[in-house]
Design a binder for this molecule. Sequence first.
Ligand code: LLP
Length: 382
Amino acid sequence: MITKEITEKLLGFETPFYYYDTEMLKEILSVVSGEASNRGFHVHYAVKANFNPVIMKIIAGYGLGADCVSGNEVAHAVDCGFEAGEVVFAGVGKSDREIEMALNLGIRCFNVESASELEVINELAVRLGKVASVALRINPNVEAHTLKHITTGTEENKFGIRMADLEKVIELLRELENIHYKGIHFHIGSQITDLSVYRNLCKRINELWKWLSDRDMEPEDINVGGGLGVSYDNPDRFPPFAEYFDIFRDNLDKRIESTISFELGRSLTANCGSLISRVLYVKPGASETFVILDAGMTELLRPALYHAIHRIENLTSDGRERRYTVVGPVCETTDTFGKHIALPETRRGDLVAIRSAGAYGEVMASRYNMRSLQPEVFSDDL
Ligand code: LLP
């Protein structure tokens, strides 16, 4: 929660900026690591959600592994204190340079998304005299019931190896000498709030585990991906970690002895971050009143890109409630944070928080309109 006391302090900073409540982040991390280890599960942090070094170092301090999707993320995770042996490298388009770098760092495994990628990793490993550990990313064709643009585990997506191609990929895997088969990997989508979809994922995992075990390919690691959604309506509510982990504990086949790991991004960092902005102008429109902020889609792209809704709070007004359309300064109509939303009477100079911006906020910032990249303020600095 952004209290009056915190607001007083935030007023001293030039806007816009990202405000991170590190205490909240630590509370979430202690809940998630406790709930996971109670059930014998491992958690990797999906670095793509927020690669701010302060945030990364805090997360590394809780002993989590890192899930990376670029060579830069791999190197950065190691720089921020994640053990190289606990770093996994996923992504449909790993370049040769990125693969070589990860091989030299000795990461835990590559999550491989195609037969051709497997061949390239083997070739590079031979050249460097290394053995690459790999997990096969399987496209389980499980619907995630989330936004279409962040669904990844159905057949029409570019991600993963289709079940139909698996037999061939396994044959190849057995032939390649500098490849060590570590296990399997899934990720069906992001911002999943209908947790029942994870039951379907468990069913697929069980079937596949049986299929692989019958072929003497029992996985050492099963990485079930991430995607646990957060409550954008209630940014102070923690994600339902216990309920989520229980689904896997209760629905995965009891005979499975593999290490079970999760790749959580949003659910770890979304809550702790807010985008703080000042109201530049309040302007009457034909059918609405616009509140124009000094932050826009360049600082938080999600509303423009996915029609995502983030809670907006006017931190400095306690006037009568009115309806406003809250927009940014960027020259795009989609630069809109909320249409006809209720806010207390709002004036130029008011401080506004756009909540749950700690995941896929700062990392997706751009310099469109030649705007500047914006700084961070941490609760510890106040
Ligand atoms: N693992 C893999 C392979 C992924 O592709 C992702 C997210 C994650 C883990 C972490 O998912 P999470 O726990 O954060 O849901 N920019 C979008 C989200 C894109 C997610 C991409 N992949 C957004 O702002 O909603």
